[in-house]
Each structure stands twice: as structure tokens, then as C-alpha cells.
Design a protein around this ligand. Sequence first.
Ligand code: GUN
Length: 291
Amino acid sequence: MRAELIDGKAFAGKIRAQVAENVARLKSGHGLTPGLAVVLVGEDPASEVYVRSKGKQTLEAGMASFEHKLPSDTAQADLLALIAQLNGDASVHGILVQLPLPDHLDSDLVINAIDPAKDVDGFHISNVGLLGTGQKSMVPCTPLGCLMMLRDQLGSLSGLNAVVVGRSNIVGKPMAQLLLGDSCTVTIAHSRTRDLAAVCRRADILVAAVGRPKMIPGDWIKPGATVIDVGINRIPAPEKGEGKTRLVGDVHFDSAAEVAGAITPVPGGVGPMTIACLLANTVTACCRAHG
Ligand code: GUN
């Protein structure tokens, strides 16, 4: 393997330690405890795992964690009423509604009901607009984690060709905005992009966020490029036993690692950074709320 491994797990550990220090300072110096409310509607098993992990890490950082688990048939009015209550609760500094929501709920309406100052996901339309115009905002956690790893790995990103594969509101679009903010030349590629291989081969920075297992092979990667794999795909793993599964990224790791200069593994790359950035955003929201 030629590529350097970017250890997101270790990096996230450092961020969580910094967050815990800041929380301790807010408590002892100002009598403030940052609080994060997580709302989960329904019983999606993957979402339940994420929510449990968020709650655990919130408490480990010394913050207050408020979990609201609602049944899958929750009425939109009831969900909006809960959000209004959390908006008005001074002990809650961050609110996260776990996505995807069940089909009968209007995600845009729900997300835009969150007080933008408490929108630690950075999904509220006013935070999206602030990010797009280069103003101070809440920044979506996964792209923020990717940017931190890229800056740590490369130093200045100025002038580099960055290709983001995937155009989701959660990752692809905000990732592109952040890279543009760091003066990259940014291309957003997606399922309709013509000659995706050639587009990827121009990338000094390649961010894969499509949700398709091992879609990007090594021969699409420019030698020496930095590859950030956002994909978390569960695939069958018969080699581990019948019915077993394993996690893989959107990049074909083994072939990519022969060509890239640096690459994030899956698991242990981007994943742990997302929750660490969520905790950091919650502390930021608490500091801003108290001037
Ligand atoms: N579902 C998958 N990723 C995310 C995320 O970053 N935030 C929320 N709220 N839901 C998600």
C-alpha cells in the first residue's frame, strides 16, 4: 500500500478531548452546561445505533443529553410542538432531528422549524444560506469533519482541484461550499456526470459521498491524491460466516490505496469525525447563546 492512512478515529478523539476541556471551562467559569437534544422518530435500526452513540459521547464530554424517541406514526403537528418546546428550553443549546424521517413527515418543514441558532446539523435554510455566502453559520458535521482532516493532512488547500462525488444537502453541497471557502477549484459530480472517471482523475482532493459500495476504483484516482471516503455501506460478508455483514466505503479501498497519497479508511475515517463535530457545534451554539 502506498497511501498514508488518515486516522479519523484518533483525530476525533483529540477533538472530543478539546470539547470536554471547553465544556469543563464553561461549567466552572460560567456555570453553563451545553445541552444537546436528539429527536428520533421511528425504529430505523441504523438511526438507533447513531442516536445511542451520540447520546453516549455527549455525556462523556460532560454535556447534557436529551433523547426524544417518538413512534413512527407521530403526527407532524406533535413533532413541530416538540421542536417548539426545545427551541424555548434554555438548557438545550443544540437540536438534532435524526434523518431520514418517516415518509409522512415533511423533513424540510421540520428542519426549518428548528431555531437556526440551535441547528447543530447546519441544515436550516438560513444556515445553508449563510454558508453559501461565506458568513458565520452552523456547519454540517460530516463535511466539517472532512475539511478538518483535509486541512490537517494538506495544510493550505488553496488552488487544489477538488472533486465531490455526490450532491446531497447533507454532505455533497455543503462540502463543495467549504472547499470553495478554502479556495479550491471545486467540481460537484453525480450520477448523471459524463465520464465520471475522467472527472475524478483530475482531483487533487476526491470526496466520495454517493452511498454506493466500492464504486470508485483505484484507476479513477490521480496518483498522490487525497481521498476522503464518506460512504458507510453495509455489504454481505460470507467470509465472516453466514448472514454476516461488513462496512465498506464508496471507494474501492485496496486499489485506491495503491495510487492515492492519503486515504480515509471505512470504518475509522470520516464516521467518528461526524459526532465529534456535532459535539463541537453544540459547544459553539452554547457559547454564542451566552454571548
Ligand atoms: N442521518 C444521516 N446523517 C445525518 C446527519 O448528519 N444528521 C442528521 N440529523 N441525520 C442524519
